[in-house]
Write a protein that binds this ligand. Structure first.
Ligand SMILES: [Cu+2]
Length: 323
């Protein structure tokens, strides 16, 4: 009898344990499965080199990360760790540095400039989702940025469902063009000669020689990751013929503005713009600061049913059509 009671008790407790376990598993299964944080080894090299900056083949004595203007897009997920190394080869003439706006770390130690022939490494966790600027901070910083040492880092939200899924994504980085790369005073005086998207004058303007375009299909949600490198001018980013369905300040899904015509992105800042293209046609994306648009900062989003998939940052580096 006692044996039976004990068995019954054990049976009941096993049963309770099993049902509790089942309940717990059910809860776990119903929760979104968290993405495992990753570690990324990101290595860049400071490259002082000539870069083509317009469709006519005009060259510019740029300073770059990895020989690209802008530098490569870094893409991680919220919570990921980035082990970063910058190499400044002995063949360079200038000190260079790296400053990631996505990081929250001591700037004196990590963002210091290293001489040619040296390298620097640091680690950070991308704690906040969004779109962030990165740039060289070696003095004079205004010149290192003007000459092309910058790029974008996208920190995707841990939970992809916090915002609508984009059908197509592009990165655009705005910057000013100062014709004489050695005239630092012109940079301080804001005497720029053009404004570029992704290191080119009218780079995505199909009516300009050598110009390209950004493709989309009607009805698609196109997400533009927009960074303003400056070094000095504000961008007033506007889609001609459209309205931004959403603007996410600093690219953070929590900072969601709706139905925006024009949104100001200051130097060293960024925002993510969604446009659902209503119909086929051409939609020039411009800075509505017109001296900038009319001197290079126009990227035409061409919507047609035959649009092909495209890279995040098309035409970097610029490939000129064969003559
Ligand atoms: Cu530099």
């Amino acid at each position: 009898m006692q044996e039976q009671v004990r068995n019954n008790k054990q049976g009941r407790s096993r049963c309770q344990t099993a049902s509790l376990l089942g309940l717990a598993l059910g809860i776990v299964a119903s929760m979104a499965v968290p993405v495992q944080a990753k570690t990324h080894d990101v290595q860049m090299t400071a490259v002082e080199t000539d870069i083509v900056i317009d469709g006519g083949g005009e060259k510019y004595a740029a300073w770059t990360f990895n020989g690209q203007f802008p530098g490569p897009v870094v893409r991680v997920t919220e919570g990921d760790t980035i082990n970063f190394t910058l190499t400044n080869p002995a063949t360079n003439k200038n000190p260079h540095a790296m400053d990631f706006h996505a990081a929250e770390i001591d700037f004196l130690k990590n963002y210091r400039a290293v001489n040619a022939g040296e390298s620097i490494s640091f680690t950070f966790v991308a704690k906040k989702p969004g779109l962030f600027f990165y740039h060289c901070g070696a003095p004079p910083m205004i010149q290192h940025v003007a000459r092309g040492m910058f790029g974008a880092i996208i920190v995707d939200p841990k939970d992809a469902k916090v915002w609508p899924k984009a059908d197509r994504e592009y990165v655009l980085v705005q910057s000013e063009y100062y014709k004489n790369p050695n005239d630092v005073q012109a940079m301080f005086d804001r005497k720029y000669d053009g404004v570029m998207f992704n290191g080119g004058i009218f780079k995505y303007h199909p009516f300009v020689t050598g110009g390209g375009k950004l493709d989309a299909k009607p009805g698609e949600r196109v997400r533009i990751y927009f960074v303003n490198a400056g070094p000095n001018e504000f961008s007033s980013f506007h889609p001609i013929g459209e309205i931004w369905d959403n603007v996410y300040e600093s690219g953070n899904p929590a900072n969601n503005l709706k139905g925006v015509q024009t949104y100001v992105v200051g130097p060293g800042s960024a925002a993510t713009f969604d446009v659902v293209v209503e119909s086929a046609g051409a939609y020039p994306l411009v800075t509505h600061s017109l001296t900038g648009a009319l001197r290079g900062a126009i990227a035409v989003l061409l919507a047609g049913p035959d649009a092909k998939p495209a890279p995040l940052m098309p035409m970097v580096p610029w490939e000129l059509p064969a003559k």
